[in-house]
Design a protein around this ligand. Structure first.
Ligand SMILES: Cc1ncc(COP(=O)(O)O)c(C=O)c1O
Length: 478
């Protein structure tokens, strides 16, 4: 190989070597199936570290130019030679360079571990299979003929479903809205995404709760937003923190999850809600009220939602059926000023031409029926029982009575570890024991918390899951 390294170049040495070989292949100087020198001999010849040659060969392999087989070294790939000289794009580079960020590594790990292993899953933020209204859905599918049309529906969502949602939010949440100001989305997740993409721009500053679900979402970083953190205590965020932040920064938007917050389970006090609305009007800061959980309130007392007290149009309200009916339906909605809804619906049309007609139809049949109310009453009772079971099992096995706020609704339980413990190491041990939870640091800056989703566990599995967790905790202490 007649090649000299340019040590003054800004191009890394491994890249110079890879480019040289790639060029040799392209101009025919190196032919297919031709063995390339071994890593060791090429490293000696070029007077570089062996790892530099490994990196160069890895690069060539990632673009499909060479093949590497254990024992028989590195060969020029036969695939790139054909009638049309096919070349494989460097997918690795594309995958890394896109502007939309991947999930946090821990989220990816939890996804693989819970799918791959038969773990007791106290991590996924959704309802356990036995809490889903499966029979009611079977009955709808068996008895009601689908009479919708099968073309693209309105990008804002099916009108009948929007009418039903308008009645639903009026009845349960005292929110008055016309169907024109509702947009159906693929869960609350897409609602957040559309808002971030369409109403904000790179460099904007938003304030979010700490800890919070939003903190775990890379969509804020992908959109180039700066996030300021508002600490959550047992009554939600302290509105005066907004005042303090606003003095130093211009907050463009405030993201709040006031009811049975994910992950802390806390419910914001009424006084704080009122004060936040006052501040929103005073400073002109729009509020995104993310409310997937308020209907699960164990005592049936809902909110009051910020949107129900919003007389000036400062609040854009998001909710979904994921935590009260079924996450797999992917039905969520946004309620906001018509101008905003139209802008977001236009974006939604670009993204997916509007939501799929079938889940909209089934959702409409279910939430428009008297079955829905019965389901919610039962769900609240079941969730309360599971909360109690989880907490009593934890207290029994750890002797710890004080390290948590007892959630009065929702599906999550935020548990503070007594000792200084690394939650990530604890998760590894817990997975070995056969249970998954979410380390708290994924939701914010505070260390030493874990999030359990009691809503996700079937009763007998909650007990077993918590004893496995406590075993992992004890093993870590050893
Ligand atoms: C506060 C909050 N917002 C939004 C979502 C997204 O839920 P979905 O898209 O299933 O409605 C979640 C899910 O965990 C959540 O906890």
């Amino acid at each position: 190989m007649n090649f000299t390294i340019d040590r003054t170049s800004k191009k890394p040495i491994y890249k110079q070597i890879a480019d040289y070989i790639e060029k040799g292949i392209a101009n025919g100087a190196l032919s297919p199936n031709h063995p390339l020198p071994s890593e060791r001999s090429l490293a000696e010849k070029l007077n570089v570290n062996r790892s530099t040659i490994v990196a160069a060969y890895d690069e060539l392999q990632s673009i499909g130019v060479v093949e590497r087989k254990r024992g028989s070294g590195t060969h020029i790939s036969t695939d790139i030679w054909g009638i049309s000289h096919k070349r494989m794009p460097n997918w690795g580079r594309y995958v890394e360079d896109g502007s939309f960020l991947p999930n946090l590594p821990l989220v990816q790990k939890l996804r693989t571990e819970t799918q791959k292993n038969k773990l007791i899953n106290l991590a996924s933020g959704e309802l356990a299979p036995d809490l889903l209204p499966v029979e009611q859905f079977h009955s709808i599918l068996a008895n009601q003929p689908f009479n919708g049309h099968l073309g693209y529906d309105h990008p804002q969502g099916n009108l009948e479903l929007r009418e039903t949602i308008a009645k639903h939010v009026q009845h349960y949440k005292n929110i008055s809205v016309s169907p024109d100001s509702i947009l159906i989305t693929s869960g609350a997740q897409q609602a957040l995404h559309l808002i971030v993409q369409c109403l904000l721009k790179p460099g904007d500053t938003v304030a979010i709760e700490n800890p919070s679900y939003s903190y775990s979402l890379p969509i804020f970083q992908s959109a180039g937003l700066r996030t300021l953190l508002l600490p959550v205590d047992k009554d939600g965020i302290d509105p005066e923190e907004i005042v303090a932040l606003q003095k130093k920064h211009r907050i463009r938007m405030l993201f709040l999850n006031p009811d049975h917050q994910n992950p802390t389970g806390t419910k914001m006090s009424l006084n704080r809600r009122k004060r936040i609305l006052e501040l929103s009007s005073e400073y002109g800061i729009p509020i995104i009220e993310d409310d997937p959980y308020s209907l699960t309130s164990f005592d049936g007392e809902i909110g009051p939602n910020l949107k129900s007290m919003d007389y000036n149009g400062n609040v854009v309200y998001i909710s979904s059926l994921s935590k009260i009916v079924a996450s797999g339906l992917r039905i969520g909605w946004i309620i906001g000023p018509q101008k905003v809804i139209e802008r977001l619906a236009d974006a939604k049309q670009q993204v997916d031409f509007g939501h799929s007609v079938f889940p909209q139809w089934v959702a409409n049949e279910f939430i428009g029926s008297d079955q829905f109310d019965k389901h919610i009453v039962k769900l609240r009772n079941d969730l309360k029982e599971r909360r109690d079971l989880m907490i009593s099992t934890l207290i029994k096995l750890t002797n710890d009575k004080s390290n948590f706020i007892v959630p009065e609704g929702g599906i999550h339980f935020w548990y503070k570890l007594i000792e200084e413990i690394d939650e990530y190491k604890l998760l590894d041990l817990a997975i070995k024991e056969g249970v998954a939870f979410v380390p708290g640091r994924i939701f914010g800056t505070e260390k030493g918390y874990v999030r359990f989703t009691y809503g996700r566990g079937e009763s007998e599995l909650i007990k077993e899951g918590i004893s496995r967790f406590v075993r992992a905790l004890n093993n870590l202490g050893r």
